[in-house]
Write a protein that binds this ligand. Structure first.
Ligand SMILES: *[C@@H]1O[C@H](CO)[C@@H](O)[C@H](O)[C@H]1NC(C)=O
Ligand SMILES: *[C@@H]1O[C@H](CO)[C@@H](O)[C@H](O)[C@H]1NC(C)=O
Ligand SMILES: *[C@@H]1O[C@H](CO)[C@@H](O)[C@H](O)[C@H]1NC(C)=O
Ligand SMILES: *[C@@H]1O[C@H](CO)[C@@H](O)[C@H](O)[C@H]1NC(C)=O
Ligand SMILES: *[C@@H]1O[C@H](CO)[C@@H](O)[C@H](O)[C@H]1NC(C)=O
Length: 701
C-alpha cells in the first residue's frame, strides 16, 4: 500500500524517453540558447548608465523580479574570498526595483518575439527539432493548459564583473569564462566554443519548459532548507557560517529534523544520542536562524520512522510490530503520551514557531498488532481509519495545545479516497507536504493525486531534494538530477497554482535514508547542489549565468559542473565556501574510488584471484604480479585522501561522524584492498602446481 518505498530511489522510474528527447533536442537547444543569450546581452549592453547596471544586476535576482513585493530590501552580497572569510558588500539600490521590473518585462517580450521570429528564420531545421523535442505540444500533457515561458530567458547574461562590484570583479571566474562573449557570436558557434558546463546547463533548462509566456513560473513564498541531522550533528560554528549563506541564496526557513540529535530530557533522555546537541546548542541554532531571517519548522516523526525511539528495550511494547522499531502502535494508551512528551520538549525549545511537521511518512506497519486488529474488527475499521485516527489525535494536539499548524508528509494519503479524508476532516487539520525527488514529476506523480488532494486541501507544501535521494550510499551529489527535480516542481506548481495555495517548498537533504542506514552525501558536499537548487526556485529557472553567479558566490575557481563524472579532472583547489574542503575531498575520493573499482575489476584478478583458485592454491604468478603493480600507488593515494578528509571533516563534524564517514568510505576500501593483496601474495608464493583435475572437493554428480 505504500508508494513511499520509492521515496529515495525515484531514479528507478526514470523513463528512457527523456534521454532520447535530450539527444534529439540538443541541436535546437543550442540555437535557442545562443539566440537568447545574444539577444539579452546586446539589450543590456546597449545602455551603460548606472540604472541599467542596477537593472542588469537585479535581473538575476529572481525573487525581486518574479515576486515583486514592493519594498525591495537593500541587497547585501556575501562572497567567500580565498582564505575563507566572508566579505559583505552593498550591492543594491532598492529604488530601481520598479524600473528593473519594467525593463525585465520589456526584455522578456523582446526575447519572446525573438524566439518566435528570427530564431526559426536563422535555421530552418530548428523548428522541426523543436517539435521533435515535444517542446510545445507534448511536454505538458496531463497538465492544465498553461501558458509557457522559456525559463532561461532570465535577463542579463553579462558577468557580474560588469556591474561595478569590486568583490565580484576579483573572482577569476569571470575572466576565464567570458560567457557573454561566447554567446555573442553572431553565427552558431561550434560546440567546442561553448564551455561544456554551460552546455550542460542549457540542455537541462531547455528540457523542462515551466510556463509559456506571458505566464511566469510560480515561485512558492517559503523556501525551506531541510536539515536532516540524524546521527551526525554539524557543529554550531558551521551553522553560523552557513545560515547567512542560506539566506543569501534565497532560503526563508529551515525544516529541522533533529531525530536523535535533540537533547530530550527527563523520561525521554534515552532518545538523545550520546553526541546530541545540548540545550545551549539548540538556543544557538534558534538565535542564528532568527538573525538570518530563517523561520524554523521542527520535524518530529510521530508514527513511522520512529526507530530512534522504539529501538530501545523499554519501548518494545510501543511497537506496532515487536520485531521492528519502524512504527509506533497508535492504539496503546502510552503511545500518545510518549509522542506528546516529544512534541512538548521540542516545541518548548523553539519559541515563536508557527508550524510543526509531524512526519508520518512511510508507516510500514499498520494494523498488525493484536490490539489494533481487535479494534479494527470491533469497529469494522480499515487500516486507513487507523491511520487517520492517529493523525487526527496528533494534529489536534499540536493545534489545540500548542496553537501551531501541523504539516505532514503526504505519501500515506496517495491512495486514500477523498471520502475518507472528508470523514476525518483532515483538510481542516493539517497541511500536507507532497514530496517527490524524481527528475520528472509529470511521470512520477500521476494527475489523480492532485485531483484528489484538490477536493480536500487548499494549502499544500511540496518537498524536493538537493541530496540524499539518488543512492543510499551516495557520497557525491549528482546536481543534474536535483536540478531536474526542482525544475519539474516549478512546472507542477505553475500548472496547479490555481487549484492550491502552495505555501512553500522544502528542499530536502537526507543525511541517512533511515536511522540504521549509512551516511549519504554530507551537507558540505551537497552545498553547491543546494545553492543551485535554491537559486533555481528563486529565479523560476536555471541558466548558465545563475550557475556562474553561484559558482562565484561559493568561491569556485571555475564554474560548477552540474554533471557528475569521475573522469573529469579534479580542480586544483577546494572552493572557498565553508566546508568547501569537505566537498573537495569527496570529489577526490570519487575519483580514487573509480580507480579502486577499476583495480578490483582488473582481468588479472577477475581471472586469477577467485575463491576457486585460492582454495586450490592455483594461479598465475605473472598475472597477479602485473595486477599488483597498481596496488601501492592506489593505497598511498587513498591513505593520503583519508588524512586530508579527516582534517576537512573536523571543521564541520564531531569525532564520531568523522570516524564513521572515514570507516565507511575509505577504511573499508583499504581493508578490501589489503585482503586482496594478502590473497594474491599467498598464490604468488607457490612455485610448482599439481596436475588437473584440481578438485579437492567432491566433483559434481
Ligand atoms: C516527463 O514525462 C512526461 C510523461 O511521461 C513526458 O511527456 C515529458 O516529456 C517528460 N519531461 C521531461 C522533461 O523529460
Ligand atoms: C464494514 O464496512 C464495510 C465498508 O467499509 C461495509 O461494506 C460492511 O457492510 C461493514 N460491515 C459491517 C458488519 O458493518
Ligand atoms: C545524474 O543524473 C542524471 C539525470 O537524472 C542522469 O542522467 C545521470 O546518469 C546521472 N549521472 C550519474 C553519474 O549518476
Ligand atoms: C569542470 O570540468 C572541467 C573539465 O571538464 C574542469 O576543468 C573544471 O575544473 C571543472 N570545474 C569544477 C568546479 O569542478
Ligand atoms: C600456496 O602455496 C604457498 C607455497 O606453498 C603457500 O605459502 C601459501 O600459503 C599457499 N596459499 C594458499 C592460499 O593456500
Amino acid at each position: 500500500m505504500n508508494p513511499g518505498r520509492n521515496r529515495k530511489s525515484g531514479m528507478r522510474l526514470r523513463g528512457p524517453a527523456r534521454m532520447a528527447v535530450l539527444v534529439v533536442g540538443t541541436v535546437a537547444i543550442l540555437f535557442v540558447g545562443v539566440k537568447i543569450f545574444t539577444a539579452t546581452k546586446s539589450k543590456v549592453t546597449s545602455s551603460d548608465d548606472g540604472q541599467m547596471m542596477a537593472a542588469a544586476q537585479s535581473l538575476i535576482k529572481g525573487d525581486q523580479i518574479r515576486n515583486p513585493r514592493g519594498d525591495v530590501q537593500k541587497e547585501v552580497q556575501l562572497i567567500y574570498r580565498p582564505g575563507g572569510e566572508a566579505v559583505e558588500s552593498d550591492k543594491g539600490n532598492a529604488g530601481h526595483a520598479g524600473n528593473m521590473i519594467r525593463k525585465y518585462e520589456e526584455e522578456e517580450s523582446d526575447l519572446r518575439e525573438d524566439k518566435a521570429g528570427s530564431l526559426h528564420k536563422a535555421h530552418p531545421e530548428s523548428k522541426k527539432a523543436d517539435s521533435d523535442q515535444g517542446y510545445e505540444a507534448e511536454d505538458n500533457k496531463g497538465l492544465p493548459d498553461i501558458k509557457m515561458s522559456r525559463l532561461s530567458a532570465l535577463g542579463d547574461k553579462k558577468g557580474l564583473s560588469q556591474q561595478g562590484d569590486e568583490a565580484f570583479q576579483q573572482q577569476p571566474i569571470q575572466q576565464n569564462m567570458d560567457v557573454a562573449g561566447v554567446f555573442n557570436e553572431p553565427a552558431i558557434p561550434p560546440v567546442a566554443q561553448v564551455p561544456e558546463w554551460a552546455l550542460d546547463v542549457q540542455r537541462l533548462a531547455a528540457s523542462t519548459i515551466i510556463a509559456k509566456p506571458p505566464t511566469l513560473p510560480f515561485i512558492p513564498p517559503a523556501k525551506l532548507v531541510h536539515l536532516d541531522l540524524k546521527g551526525a550533528p554539524p557543529k554550531i560554528s558551521y551553522f553560523k557560517q552557513m545560515f547567512p549563506l542560506y539566506h543569501k541564496l534565497g532560503a526563508t526557513g529551515l525544516l529541522i529534523e533533529y531525530e536523535d540529535m535533540f537533547p530530550y530530557a527527563g523520561e525521554l533522555q534515552d532518545l538523545a544520542a550520546g553526541n546530541a546537541y545540548t540545550p545551549d546548542d539548540i538556543k544557538g541554532i534558534v538565535n542564528l536562524a532568527r538573525e538570518n531571517q530563517l523561520e524554523i519548522i521542527p520535524l518530529i516523526q510521530t508514527f513511522g520512522h520512529m526507530e530512534f525511539v522504539l529501538k530501545y528495550e523499554k519501548y518494545i511494547a510501543y511497537r506496532e510490530n515487536p520485531k521492528t522499531p519502524q512504527a509506533i502502535c497508535p492504539r496503546m494508551p502510552f503511545s500518545m503520551k510518549l509522542i506528546q512528551g516529544m512534541l512538548d520538549q521540542v516545541i518548548a525549545m523553539h519559541p515563536g514557531i508557527r508550524y510543526l511537521h509531524i512526519g508520518s511518512d512511510e508507516v510500514y506497519h499498520l494494523g498488525e498488532c493484536p490490539t489494533c486488529k481487535q479494534y479494527m474488527a470491533k469497529g469494522n475499521l480499515t487500516k486507513e481509519d487507523l491511520f487517520m485516527e492517529h493523525i487526527v489525535k496528533v494534529a489536534s494536539y499540536v493545534r489545540t495545545e500548542h496553537r501551531l499548524t501541523p504539516i505532514m508528509w503526504d505519501d500515506m494519503y496517495r491512495h486514500i479516497q477523498s471520502e475518507v479524508f472528508l470523514k476525518y476532516k483532515i483538510g481542516d487539520l493539517v497541511e500536507p507536504m507532497v514530496w517527490a525527488y524524481h527528475p520528472n514529476l509529470t511521470q512520477f506523480l500521476h494527475a489523480g493525486i492532485w485531483d484528489q488532494y484538490a477536493k480536500v486541501f487548499k494549502k499544500v507544501w511540496v518537498a524536493s531534494s538537493f541530496k540524499g535521494a539518488t543512492g543510499i550510499d551516495q557520497y557525491v551529489t549528482n546536481i543534474t538530477h536535483h536540478l531536474e527535480n526542482h525544475l519539474s516542481w516549478l512546472q507542477i506548481m505553475t500548472a496547479y497554482k490555481s487549484a492550491f495555495s502552495f505555501q512553500g517548498i522544502a528542499l530536502t537533504g537526507w543525511q541517512r535514508y533511515d536511522h540504521f542506514a549509512v551516511l549519504c552525501e554530507l551537507l558540505p558536499v551537497a552545498t553547491p547542489s543546494l545553492a543551485l537548487c535554491l537559486q533555481t526556485v528563486v529565479n523560476g529557472g536555471i541558466d548558465p549565468n545563475i550557475v556562474n553567479r553561484v559558482s562565484n558566490l561559493l568561491g569556485f575557481a571555475t564554474p560548477i559542473n552540474i554533471t557528475l563524472g569521475p573522469d573529469r579532472p579534479l580542480p586544483e583547489s577546494a572552493p572557498h565556501f565553508p566546508g568547501g574542503d569537505v566537498y573537495h575531498e569527496a570529489q577526490r575520493l570519487y575519483r580514487l574510488d573509480a580507480w579502486a573499482h577499476g583495480f578490483e575489476h582488473l582481468g588479472n584478478f577477475l581471472g586469477f584471484l577467485t575463491p576457486y583458485q585460492l582454495r586450490r592454491n592455483f594461479s598465475s604468478v605473472s598475472s597477479l604480479e602485473a595486477g599488483l603493480r597498481q596496488y601501492a600507488p592506489l593505497v598511498d593515494a587513498l591513505k593520503a585522501a583519508r588524512d586530508d578528509a579527516a582534517e576537512a571533516l573536523w571543521g564541520v563534524y564531531d569525532g564520531h561522524t568523522v570516524a564513521e564517514w572515514l570507516e565507511q568510505r575509505i577504511t573499508a576500501t583499504l581493508d578490501r584492498l589489503h585482503a586482496m593483496k594478502r590473497s594474491a601474495d599467498s598464490l604468488i608464493a607457490r612455485r610448482t602446481w599439481p596436475r588437473r583435475p584440481l578438485d579437492a572437493r567432491p566433483p559434481l554428480q
